[in-house]
Write a protein that binds this ligand. Sequence first.
Ligand SMILES: [Zn+2]
Length: 307
Amino acid sequence: MLHRVSPASAQNESGVTTDHFRNCLDYLATNDYTLISLEKLINALRNNQKLPVKSVVFTIDDGYKEQAETAIPIALEYNCPITFFLITGMLDQSLWPWDAKVSWIIEASSTQSLESSPTVKKLNLGNDDTTSRKALRRSIQEKLKKHDTEFIARILQGLADDADLTIPTRPPSAFQPMTWDMARSLENKGVHFAPHSATHQILSNLDKASMEQEISNSWCRLKSELNNPLKIFCYPNGTALDFGISEINFLKENGFLGAVTSIPKNVEYKLTSDNYIHSLPRLSLPDNMPEFIQYCSWIERARAVFA
Ligand SMILES: [Zn+2]
């Protein structure tokens, strides 16, 4: 699972660098791994077919312009089938998701204003949560995702006020979404696109009708803008708390072939439940080689089995 992939020169505290992504693909190519598409994986699981022993699947979430310009060309260069999950509202209206706003505020704030921010204090984070900008961003996102849209908006405003910042109404360049034209041209080059909700709200926080709309709207938008979108869903945020049986049932009833989470595990052949294909785990691409190699080895699998 990839999110942001930035050139090494970019001051981006989240995600990995383009060089690192390249090194990972080099490692897989020279160590007999087989890159397969998410569609192929899900078809194999559904039809009980075996896949090559060392198979790896790549996905990338959200739909920023930067992702289309950095990660995707590298994936294509290595013939790496990649599935791109899009927040369709972002491509439609330049919507700027709240979690991206948190990242922007943290990156744009001075260290001093972050240390003295009354809003940060009010959030009551642990000491470890404020040791770096990255830790602070993650902890604030973790805290906020349990709350409704109004609360989140209030906190974002408070954070911006404390740092003397104005949150731009349109996303700044680092958070610029890709356009549908870009998506269509990448689709022609073999990139798969699939829905990741309309507005990136956490589905388990929504009432049933809004949850269903988030899923249906994003699928409808993909269907009308692209030639061949994949009917596989990606839950916003994607931890076990962020979706549940009603989301899974809705996807199944509406013919979705599967769904992916961000629960950090390897995918198993042995389906642990009827809902497994609609709640597939994914490992986040680590930002260093030793951890990446561990993730691709039996060590990670053994850890999961014996955990
Ligand atoms: Zn996302």
